[in-house]
Design a protein around this ligand. Sequence first.
Ligand SMILES: [Mg+2]
Length: 190
Amino acid sequence: MTTHHNWFFRDDADHKAASDSEALGGSGSASGLPVGGSSAGGPLVIFDLDGVISDASRRQHFLSGERKDFRGFFLAAVDDPPLAAGQALAASVSADHTVAILTARPFYVVDNTRNWLAVNDVRHDLLILRPQRGEGVHSASADFKRRELHRMWDAGYEVTVALDDDERIIDMYRSEGVFALYIHSGYYEH
Ligand SMILES: [Mg+2]
């Protein structure tokens, strides 16, 4: 069992009940979505969150001014609508694969983010955000995600495919030999 403090498995704590019923009932979760994955390694798919599963278009204005309001930007994520295509892609991943959501959101929105994923029935087994302290809090997103990718490998996961809407992240995955799919959100055009 991996114990990184910025890794949250869906069947931890408040999701335990759904996991128990799944063990009894077989292939489905309480929401009817397939739930697979494992905290012990195996095949894994990485999804980015903002611009891939969560529609962050209505809060881009927090980042457009002279002084970027990152806190306002991240706190407003609770009101994002889900992106139907990303939701469907996550739901389509076969049950023997772990669905990991790897986001560069800061640690202070972890509860908001877990609630949002639950309310919107997003298929996922593992959520990874930036850590609360230490390396990764302020590093470039690509450096943060590269480090977490290596931690996944160290934990015994085989990363089958990774999806992101930031070309710098796509470049990082490809430089690490990971098959990566670019999703166009338009958030990174200047
Ligand atoms: Mg994104």
